[in-house]
Design a protein around this ligand. Structure first.
Ligand code: BJW
Ligand code: ZN
Length: 243
């Protein structure tokens, strides 16, 4: 299996990564679904929708402040660093559902944040939008215009940023290799990106400790943590050798 795939990896010109919470798990950031996932402890509909926000903005903000604090203290792991390193060898882009900014902090240049960013804060009414890394003394924080601020992330029922989504569709449809890392592929429309790549005939590789709903369509599934599997892939590409 590896023999065939390593040939194709060595020949690849454009690699697109689709990443999810699993890649940051080894940086100490919890995933959403699965054994220790956030949605085991919290109800997504009470925290990650606009209705929930207006219902109890303080509760939603407390949850985000705790996560912002954890994320700002987290460091990219070998998975993120390997993807950034691959840019030395191939054309690489990263379509991430993560809001933690760890790909950029690891050095990746072409990162598309499908679900926004937890460090960007925007006003619910006016066009204020800025990067804010310090904590807020009162929750919910208010904008200079007097209305509530919110994290610039995409909640359920909200559209993805249109320019990011359009670029992501183009990237997915034009790659020769797609590597899907640490995502359950349970959330749409991000879970369509592998479908676009597959339709374009891309080599499909999945890195996930568990099976996903697209596992059967993969050319290779690596059932290993991202920080272990991605350096193996880099090793094959950078050496230009098979196996
Ligand atoms: C490892 C590992 C290791 C662990 N190494 N692997 C019914 C009702 C309402 C809505 C819908 C509905 N049916 C469908 C919808 C649409 C909805 C949706 O898909 N819902 C499904 C859950 C059913 N989607 C939306 O609402 C989206 N918007 C939309 O569709 O808009 C339409 C529209 C169009 C036009 C106008 C208006 C609207 C928006 C989706 C937004 C998702 N937001 C969140 C929260 C972001 C903010 C925040 O973080 O606070 O995004 S939810 C959460 O899920 C987060 C993630 O990005 C996303 C995906 O999760 P991910 O990354 O896959 O993580 P997990 O935990 O699921 O998986 C981790 C994986 O890693 C696992 O497989 C592990 O095995 C693996 N793993 N450790 C390798 N070390
Ligand atoms: Zn405002």
């Amino acid at each position: 299996m590896w023999d065939d795939i390593s040939d194709r990896l060595v020949e690849s010109q454009k690699i697109v990564f689709v990443t999810g919470a699993g890649i940051s798990q080894e940086s100490g950031i919890p995933t959403f679904r699965g054994k220790d996932g956030l949605w085991r402890k919290y109800d997504p509909m009470k925290l990650a929708t606009i209705d929930a926000f207006y219902e109890d903005p303080k509760l939603v903000w407390e949850w985000y402040e705790e996560r912002r604090n954890n994320i700002l203290n987290a460091k990219p792991n070998a998975g993120h660093v390997t993807i950034a390193e691959l840019e030395k060898y191939r054309k690489v882009s990263v379509l991430t559902q993560n809001i933690d900014g760890l790909h950029q902090r690891a050095g990746s240049k072409n990162v598309y944040e499908l679900h926004g960013s937890i460090v960007i804060i925007k006003c619910t009414v006016c066009d204020f939008r800025d990067k804010i890394t310090s904590g807020f003394s009162a929750l919910p924080p208010l904008c200079r215009c007097g209305n509530m601020l919110r994290p610039d992330v995409v909640w359920f029922g909200e559209a993805l940023p249109q320019d990011v989504w359009e670029s992501a569709m183009v990237e997915a449809s034009t790659c020769d290799t797609m590597i899907i890392v640490g995502t359950s592929l349970a959330v749409s429309p991000a879970n369509l990106l592998p479908v676009y790549a597959k339709q374009n005939g891309a080599t499909m590789i999945e890195v996930n400790i568990e099976e996903t709903q697209m596992s059967s369509q993969m050319d290779l599934s690596l059932r290993e943590p991202a920080a272990k599997a991605l350096p193996e892939i880099l090793g094959i590409i950078s050496s230009g050798k098979n196996g």
